[in-house]
Design a protein. Sequence first.
Length: 438
Amino acid sequence: MESFVINFPLAKDLSAKGDYLHWDQLRHRLPSGTDEECVWSLLSMIRRADGQFLSLTGSNDAQHAFIKNTPLILQTSSMVDRLTTSGGEAELLEPLAAYQHLLDELRAEESISSSQLEGAATTSRVALEMIKVKRAPRDESEKMIMGNFHMMEYVNSHCTEEMSMEFLRKLHVIAVEGIDDEKYLPGRFRQSNDVVVVDTENNVIHTPPDHTEINHRLILLLAWANTPHERLEGKNYLHPLVKACILHFMVGYLHPFYDGNGRTARAFFYWYMLRCGYSAFRHISVSKLLKKASTAYAKSYCYSETDDMDLTYFVEYQCSIVSRSLGEYVEYIHHMIKVRQELDSFLYESGLAAGLNSRQISLLNVAFARSGNIFTVAEVRERMAVSDNTARKDLSALEKLGLLKSHKDGKETVYVSPKTLPQLNKWNAQTAPRGSSW
């Protein structure tokens, strides 16, 4: 009792600071001579007294999952509300005349990065060209990326539907079918317990629940997923971002499939965010940043599992990723606004504006927003709602002016924007006037 009285102020102070540290982190930061286990017990008690318990799958080790809203979680939730709803998108895109097609370049990023996170070795540039040209994948890595792209497109078009066993299986089938069916067994839940998660040194870091429990646990989880917690009151309320992160965690935790669980779990996250009206997540990639810190991503899973299913660790980490991804999304839009202003000036000063139509100018906005952007006739046809012939003429006209350059990818012609001003000048020395920012 004396140890509890002595250490309670320290535990309370640690809780108030807002740093949500796991035991693995906390024990190295306590003052010398501190009763570490006592402080940890008190801190855990304080956290749970101010948190929310969740009944997710009805099984002992996951029945009482726990979440505490930390400053980071609350701040990111507020940011998501402000920037990613249809109203937030409209406000951000107003200077671009709400040209939604200007953001289409971002649609493939999640598919590519999520597959690379799972081991796909194809470069982002090659993957993007494959998706835009719609050519058949050449190897397993490209098959992973194309499958992931189709899965994300399916999520986008079916996000208003409730999540069901059939829906979950469908996501998995779309993502992995035709890659290595003997390895992935598309759409089939695992029938054994020999599936584990290992780290880079092949150490087992997660053993999923027994395969005989998968069906029952998923029934309960999907019922919870379809409950509108964002409309409930009091302790039953959950912000959609928090819930989407929890769903992401639980699919990874249950590991219902033989392989491809990570891709499916992240698609589950997107399904819920889009279902709740956060339309900007069609253009926001979380995997791009998760890929850069895959060890921290795995550790956030382990921290939650080893601390009695305290999901705060995982949700906090995901919120930090979402926050940074949102920052990049907003920065991209602001960059496009700046590019549009510079492009208008450049076209006027160079005398090119008079010879270009509005579609071609829109394409140039996209082309110069990102170095080395890629276009195809089919993509421009869909993006601009024009015929193949019109799309081809627009691209050819821009190539003749030295603003795009083409090459062949199989039977398709791919048009590429310049990466740098020197490259543009090399393409067409007459195009950019002296002193131009282009």
